[in-house]
Write a protein that binds this ligand. Structure first.
Ligand code: ADP
Length: 480
């Protein structure tokens, strides 16, 4: 039984005892005087019992109403999820209970406020984390290198578009699946696994690996690093695949270039040195031999000069410091001059040099010396890469519909494969087979392209078929 109930009962008993005692004393006094009417005792007793029941009912009714108010207030708090204080009128005991309840509610309220603040903080942190995740993903998706991220169970977490294209899978379909079943390249799977198993202690490593991309073998630098969670545990592996095929080709080209240039420089230098020594030693006895020696020395010096000029011109045009002296001129002038200069070279190789120069008068705005250099490089190449007995045809003309003057240099030489054709205008590029048959530095066509396209806003192109010959042509806008 609760304290309130016990106190209530005690009050009722005391009231009943008090009234009974008063009644007893009154009855005894009246009895003593003998004037108490019959039945009166029962009526009074009945009234006392009724009064007692009435007091009890009123008492319990009062407590019940206060309790109901408390229950109502607690219900409102539960529904509104707001903890406040409980208000109830009633006995002192009830107030005690209400005070204790309010103390508990106040503590609860404080605790709820703290939890709400924690929740808000967590929500903000979650939003920041989601934004950062999006940001990082956007960066990863935008980079051209292939990126793959796995978790500590070797399951795919993220792969950008470049990785999808390179490795031929759909990241969405492979998400949360073991990389075994997603990535078909066994070496890459093994490398990711090894990095993960070596754990966070392992350093970032770069492995070179050849992968087939669109049917072509390409070299990739795979950078593998472990992802370590803030609490220090390994949470996965990031693999970044960078296509270094071109870089490797360029590095190889530079090596080839240095050896080619050294060779190109060494050959004329050795020849000059040898002839000078012979002259010094008096080995050229007659005037005619001495003249021949002088001519050879002069031509070797010219060759050296050409090589150095080519290199200098390319770097000057690239650096934008080459000043072009552009004036109205016809293409026929420099082309004729080239044909005259190249005639002995062609004759020495038994190559027929045919000219088909346009009689139509038209002008382009160009630097005479530069155009001469470009045509000379094309015609020299045609003679150089055409076997004895072949033909080199130089044509000039005009395409009025397109408003351009055209110069074509066609030969019946070795031709160029489609794979090499894409690179012949690159600096230092030499077709492997032809570099065996003729000396060169891979700079001639690069210079032609710079002169025609960068300096004169023209256009250079080539069509070629292995075994059937090549046709190099350039066009320049004509002056109206
Ligand atoms: P190089 O000094 O090697 O001749 P170029 O830049 O002039 O340098 O030419 C680049 C490469 O293109 C050459 O090494 C050669 O393999 C190829 N090439 C150029 N012209 C011709 C041609 N007319 N016929 C066949 N191959 C050519």
């Amino acid at each position: 039984m609760t304290i309130a109930k016990r106190l209530g009962l005690a009050t009722i008993v005391l009231v009943a005892l008090g009234v009974s005692s008063a009644y007893y004393v009154t009855v005894m006094a009246l009895r003593a005087r003998n004037d108490l009417p019959a039945g009166y005792t029962y009526v009074v007793l009945g009234l006392i019992a009724g009064a007692t029941v009435l007091v009890m009912v009123m008492f319990w009714h009062g407590i019940g109403r206060a309790m109901r108010r408390i229950v109502d207030q607690l219900g409102t708090m539960t529904r509104s999820r707001q903890v406040g204080l409980v208000m109830a009128e009633g006995t002192e005991e009830l107030q005690c209970v209400v005070r204790a309840l309010n103390e508990l509610l106040t503590t609860l309220n404080g605790e709820m406020d703290r939890l709400r603040a924690d929740k808000r903080e967590l929500e903000i942190q979650a939003r920041i984390a989601a934004a950062e995740k999006h940001h990082v993903e956007a960066i990863i998706y935008s980079i051209s290198d292939a990126v793959i991220v796995t978790n500590r169970f070797d399951e795919l977490l993220l792969a950008n578009e470049a990785a999808e294209k390179l490795l031929g899978f759909r990241a969405e379909a492979g998400l949360r699946k073991n990389i075994d079943g997603v990535i078909s390249d066994g070496t890459l799977v093994r490398l990711i696994r090894e990095t993960r198993s070596q754990g966070k202690g392992s350093h970032r490593k770069i492995v070179e690996h050849v992968l087939s991309h669109r049917g072509e073998p390409r070299t990739y630098n795979i950078t593998l690093s472990c992802v370590v969670a803030p609490h220090g545990e390994l949470s996965g592996v990031v693999a970044v695949l960078r296509d270094v095929t071109r870089e490797k080709e360029i590095a190889q080209m530079k090596t080839d270039f240095v050896s080619n240039v050294s060779h190109e420089l060494k050959t004329p230098l050795a020849s000059i040195k040898a002839y000078v020594e012979m002259l010094v030693d008096g080995e050229a006895e007659d005037e005619q031999t001495r003249r021949e020696f002088y001519d050879i020395i002069a031509s070797e010096a010219d060759r050296l000069n050409r090589l150095i000029q080519n290199m200098l011109n390319i770097s000057r045009i690239e650096a934008g410091v080459m000043k072009a002296n552009r004036e109205p001129m016809g293409l026929t002038g420099p082309v004729k001059q080239v044909l005259d200069v190249a005639a002995p070279q062609a004759a020495a190789k038994n190559i027929k040099l045919v000219d088909r120069l346009s009689p139509v008068y038209y002008q382009v705005e160009a630097d005479y010396d530069m155009i001469y250099q470009a045509v000379l490089n094309l015609v020299s190449n045609a003679i150089k890469y055409t076997p004895s007995g072949g033909t080199v045809t130089v044509t000039t003309g005009v395409d009025e519909a397109r408003g351009v003057a055209v110069c074509e240099v066609a030969d019946t030489g070795a031709g160029i494969s489609a794979k090499d054709l894409a690179h012949v205008f690159d600096k230092f590029y030499r077709v492997r087979e032809s570099s065996k048959s003729a000396q060169g530095t891979g700079l001639g066509l690069a210079l032609v392209k710079q002169i025609i396209e960068s300096v004169h806003d023209g256009n250079v192109s080539v069509v070629s078929e292995p075994g059937k010959g090549s046709k190099f042509s350039f066009e320049l806008p004509i002056l109206n």
